[in-house]
Design a protein around this ligand. Structure first.
Ligand code: SF4
Length: 353
């Protein structure tokens, strides 16, 4: 993924080796925060290239990441081309995995649907990684039930804030989100209220200021808290062969909400290094777009669906990858953790550990 990141981050997030790419350019606001909180404010790790590589250009902060015009962001197209070109790999487009077939405690086939036809794929090991809604949906449709299958759907809980700056221009960073602040992350408060992470945005989420000469004196922040897995949040099937799963989501926990309240109340203190005019709360965000926890991992087969190697506790030739296996929720974006866990699961499967 050629991730860009801040080497100083190793002080709180130990790494086995340095980030492959140098950190992105911090904004002026980030630099003031980093000078005042060197062990709590870092350049955001991101798979948006800081310097060009063979398959990707450098990010130019054009903020159109849904479809990057510069091909700077890691995607399956630019990052896994060699994999798809491998003779042993077949990529089936416009194809839906509907269910597994099993013989006793062994998965014996995967059933696919393509062009209105059903096909069966047979193999020794099956790897399921269809996000935290579709993966449990496929297992439920296959009759591969477990009391925790589909249970515990969650994501981190987020809110938007706009900070009006006094005389400091913003939006001079080199990518879309430039800074991460850990001032409210860990500590004894987590007994009562959730950890919070503050993302410093280099995109004008709330537009520019209208006052002459002050258009860029605004700093958008996103505050994200961890959350708890709750059995009332789940993925179910209306009936055994339903083609699409239903989501039952009762919302974020009180623990997460207390964490956000705490973060908002302490924000002026955290942002003290900045020349602040005022802070405006911009509302709870609809989603953090990271669905997790519906096939959680664990050592106890009663309380978890897959083991610590992400192998199903009952069907031992089935490995589950993706954030569906998360047994807890961080306030950090999960993509790098998902990638690392998937590589680990593949290595353990290949080594037959
Ligand atoms: S901000 Fe960077 S990654 Fe996003 S669209 Fe622009 S160039 Fe691409």
């Amino acid at each position: 993924m050629s991730v860009s990141g801040d080497p100083a981050m190793a002080t709180i997030m130990p790494r086995s080796k340095p980030f492959p790419q140098p950190p992105h350019r911090l904004t002026s606001a980030d630099r003031l925060m980093k000078a005042a909180q060197p062990d709590r404010h870092f350049a955001m790790p991101t798979a948006r290239a800081r310097v060009p590589i063979q398959t990707r250009n450098a990010c130019c902060a054009s903020l159109r990441c849904q479809l990057c015009p510069a091909d700077a962001k890691f995607t399956a197209q630019n990052g896994l081309k060699d994999l798809y070109a491998h003779p042993g790999v077949s990529l089936c487009l416009n194809t839906r995995a509907t269910r597994f077939e099993t013989t006793g405690d062994v998965v014996s086939a995967l059933v696919l649907e393509h062009g209105g036809q059903e096909y069966r794929v047979r193999g020794d090991r099956y790897v399921l990684g269809a996000n935290a809604i579709q993966s449990p949906g496929i297992l439920l449709r296959s009759g591969m039930d477990h009391p925790r299958t589909g249970v515990g759907l969650h994501e981190s809980f987020g809110a938007g804030v706009e900070v009006f700056l006094n005389g400091l221009d913003h939006f001079d960073g080199s990518t879309i989100t430039t800074g991460l602040n850990y001032q409210l992350y860990d500590g004894p408060h987590r007994r009562e209220s959730a950890a919070a992470l503050i993302y410093f945005e280099n995109r004008w989420t709330y537009g520019f200021r209208r006052e002459h000469g002050r258009t860029r004196q605004t700093l958008p922040l996103v505050i994200v808290t961890e959350d708890l897995l709750r059995s009332e949040n789940c993925v179910v099937l209306e009936h055994a062969s339903a083609s699409h799963p239903n989501v039952i989501f009762a919302g974020a926990s009180d623990y997460a909400r207390r964490g956000l309240d705490r973060a908002l109340s302490l924000l002026p203190e955290v942002l003290a290094p900045l020349p602040i005019e005022r802070i405006a709360f911009r509302g709870i965000r609809a989603t953090e777009s990271h669905l997790q926890g519906t096939l959680r991992m664990g050592r106890n087969p009663e309380a978890s669906v897959v083991d610590e190697r992400q192998v199903h506790h009952r069907w031992r030739n089935l490995t589950v990858v993706g954030s569906a296996v998360f047994p807890s929720c961080s306030c950090a974006n999960p993509s790098l953790t998902v990638a690392a866990l998937s590589l680990r699961a593949a290595r353990l499967a290949v080594d037959g550990a």
